[in-house]
Write a protein that binds this ligand. Structure first.
Ligand SMILES: Cc1cc2nc3c(=O)[nH]c(=O)nc-3n(C[C@H](O)[C@H](O)[C@H](O)COP(=O)(O)O)c2cc1C
Length: 199
């Protein structure tokens, strides 16, 4: 992997990165939060199954407090300072109701797309979104009563970028590290799988 340029990407994609310094005084209002979830709502999904759900906690509320207790050690230092945390889940089986929608083999894929759209919309709102999986999924599922046919998948910390000068120096340093990517030749093929398309 190497430090490639982001080239001609649009600003919102070029500027996106998973940052750890959040402004601990910033609050996310209902309008912005609803807009983020509308971005997820309008994502494509297999058969329009929309097999995603979210649990939202805002810094200082009860949901947030109960969620952050289940963070991994590595994420405990930065997630709680974000304005909000969204737990994501995808449907893994039909529910018990008679008219339960069929679950889709593509549910995790669809959830990923919905979260990607939410992440881009966050960038357009001037917010930063950092997706993460480092928390106790089973404990969170139990704590918040996720039904057995929904799997807790990831979470997203969202807020305004903070001031690196007053932040924990180790977090500020991580936000400055060069970003590494595989070149297109390693994952875009033509003719035969593995043969670089030459883009
Ligand atoms: C499914 C998933 C799980 C992740 N888990 C964590 C995590 O637990 N802690 C963390 O700091 N970042 C986590 N990340 C962020 C990735 O480390 C980050 O996206 C990757 O290093 C690329 O960096 P970038 O998003 O800044 O381009 C996760 C991202 C995804 C999509």
């Amino acid at each position: 992997m190497s430090t490639l340029t982001t080239g001609d990407l649009s600003d919102v994609l070029r500027n996106r990165r998973s940052l750890r310094v959040f402004d601990p005084a910033h609050d996310l209002d209902d309008a912005d939060l609803a807009r983020l979830f509308r971005a997820a709502q309008w994502a494509p999904s297999a058969g329009n199954s929309q097999p995603w759900s979210f649990l939202v906690g805002r810094r200082g509320d009860q949901t947030h407090g109960r969620f952050v207790a289940h963070l991994s050690a590595g994420n405990r230092s930065w997630v709680p300072t974000a304005s909000a945390v969204l737990v994501t889940a995808h449907q893994v089986a039909s529910g018990p109701e008679e008219d339960a929608p069929a679950y889709s083999d593509y549910a995790m894929y669809d959830l990923g797309q919905a979260v990607a759209m939410l992440t881009v919309e966050a960038g357009l709102l001037g917010l930063t979104a950092h997706q993460f999986a480092g928390f106790d999924h089973d404990a969170v599922a139990l704590e918040f009563g996720f039904p057995a046919h929904w799997r807790v998948t990831t979470a997203v910390a969202i807020g305004a970028y903070g001031d690196p000068a007053t932040a924990d120096p180790s977090l500020a340093e991580r936000d400055q590290r060069p970003r590494l990517r595989k070149p297109l030749s390693e994952f875009v093929f033509a003719g035969t799988w593995g043969a670089a398309a030459g883009l």
